[in-house]
Each structure stands twice: as structure tokens, then as C-alpha cells.
Design a protein around this ligand. Structure first.
Ligand code: ATP
Length: 213
């Protein structure tokens, strides 16, 4: 299959897939775009358009065949070899990252987690935000490879331990602290303040030569 699907659609496919799996395990054979819309909070026209890229056309009064859609989605999601990532801490930085298009680098944020109950149940850029309480269950079901950490520094190690116990393989750490993890877990550190400070330091050091170089 080499159908090109728009990135915005590709981002929603894991959402559809997860929900359809739930329906299948509850023994529900078909679903309408209206029902999908209600459960996923995506408008029905968008859902119909997204699913038409998969070659799935809902029939009036019948809806979509759940098993058929699952098979299609499975192929698409595997074919793309997109690395599934999650984000913990939907503050200012977390929100910005949720809006960033990682898909051009073959990575996809499939969910975000936060302890703030006001954030739970919302979506940003079609990415659902869940309560931190459901982290382990989600990880067991979806097995994301990478977690992006944008929580306050005091929460970082605690969450890291939970992520590691739940099987995370890599962490992109935006918190300004060193994290303890077993050797097999890889961490990349991104401290924006340090980067900015070091840039300013080098600019000032080379000031006599001029800032335009
Ligand atoms: P905001 O203005 O939304 O609070 P911020 O980036 O200034 O943004 P931070 O205090 O850095 O806020 O927190 C970032 C996010 O991490 C917030 O959404 C907060 O609810 C969440 N958070 C705080 N502690 C935890 C935790 N233990 N686990 C998960 N998320 C957490």
C-alpha cells in the first residue's frame, strides 16, 4: 500500500485504532461516524474524510465495519514505522511540543499525561491528554518507545521511575536535572536555559569581533 495520507490524518489514526480495538473487544461489529465523533471528539466530516483515505467508505444506515477498519489501520500504522512517543507535563513547554509536527521525523506523539484534573480529557492538536494515573495501563497497551518529559523538576525522577518500570526505552528530558535510569534506557537532555546562556556567553566572548559573524 503506498497511499499518501495527510499528516493531520496520520496523527489521528492511532486514536481511531485504539477506539476500534475497544469496540472489537466488546464484540461491537460496526460503528457510525457519528458514534466515533462523539467518543473521540472529532467532527464526523473529518472522520469520514480520514477513513476514506484508508479506502473505507461507510454505508448509510450501516456505518463502518470495525474489523475491516482495524486491519487497514494496522497495516498503515506498521507500514509507516512511526515511533510512538508520549509526553508528560502539559504546561507551557509541553503544550508547545504537542503542537510541533514530529511526524516529519517519523515520530508521533500519541498521548500526553498530566496530574492536573482540569487538563484531563482535553486534546491538543488531536493528541489526547490523560490523567497520570492511567500512565501504566496506557504503556502496557500501547508500548510507546519514547517519553518527552516536561514536568516541573521536582516531579522528574518520580515519573522517570514509573516510565522505566512501565518499559520506556528512551527519554527526552526537558527538565533541568540529571535522571537516574538503568543502562538500557537512553536519555537525551535538553536544557533550553543552559543552551541560551551558553550562546549568550559565546556571543559576549566574541564581541570585539562583532555580533554579525
Ligand atoms: P503552566 O503555566 O501550565 O503551569 P508551566 O510549564 O509553567 O505551565 P510547570 O509547573 O512547569 O508549568 O508544570 C508543567 C506541567 O506539568 C503542568 O501542566 C503541571 O500540571 C504538570 N505536572 C506537575 N507535576 C506533575 C506530575 N507529578 N506529573 C505530571 N504532570 C505534572
Amino acid at each position: 500500500m503506498d497511499t499518501i495520507i495527510p499528516k493531520v490524518t496520520a496523527k489521528r489514526l492511532p486514536l481511531y485504532y485504539r477506539y476500534l480495538e475497544k469496540l472489537a473487544s466488546a464484540g461491537i461489529p460496526r460503528v457510525s461516524s457519528k458514534e466515533l465523533s462523539r467518543s473521540l471528539n472529532i467532527d464526523p466530516a473529518t472522520i469520514r474524510r480520514d477513513l476514506s483515505y484508508l479506502g473505507a467508505l461507510g454505508r448509510k444506515g450501516y456505518g463502518y465495519d470495525v474489523e475491516y477498519l482495524i486491519q487497514f489501520l494496522k497495516q498503515f500504522l506498521k507500514q509507516d514505522e512511526v515511533t510512538h512517543c508520549i509526553l508528560i507535563g502539559v504546561g507551557n513547554l509541553g503544550t508547545a511540543l504537542l503542537q510541533y509536527d514530529f511526524l516529519k521525523n517519523n515520530a508521533m506523539l500519541i498521548a500526553a499525561f498530566d496530574i492536573d484534573p482540569k487538563k484531563k480529557g482535553k486534546t491538543i492538536n488531536s493528541i489526547p491528554i490523560y490523567s497520570l494515573r492511567s500512565l501504566e495501563k496506557f504503556m502496557a497497551e500501547e508500548e510507546p518507545l519514547v517519553a518527552i518529559l516536561t514536568v516541573p523538576v521536582q516531579a522528574a525522577q518520580d515519573i522517570t521511575d514509573r516510565l522505566v518500570n512501565a518499559g520506556i526505552k528512551g527519554i527526552l528530558n526537558f527538565t533541568p536535572t540529571t535522571l537516574q535510569v538503568p543502562d538500557e534506557v537512553k536519555i537525551h537532555y535538553i536544557d533550553l536555559s543552559v543552551e541560551l546562556q551558553s550562546l549568550i556567553y559565546f556571543l559576549k566572548k566574541s564581541e570585539p569581533v562583532g555580533l554579525n559573524e
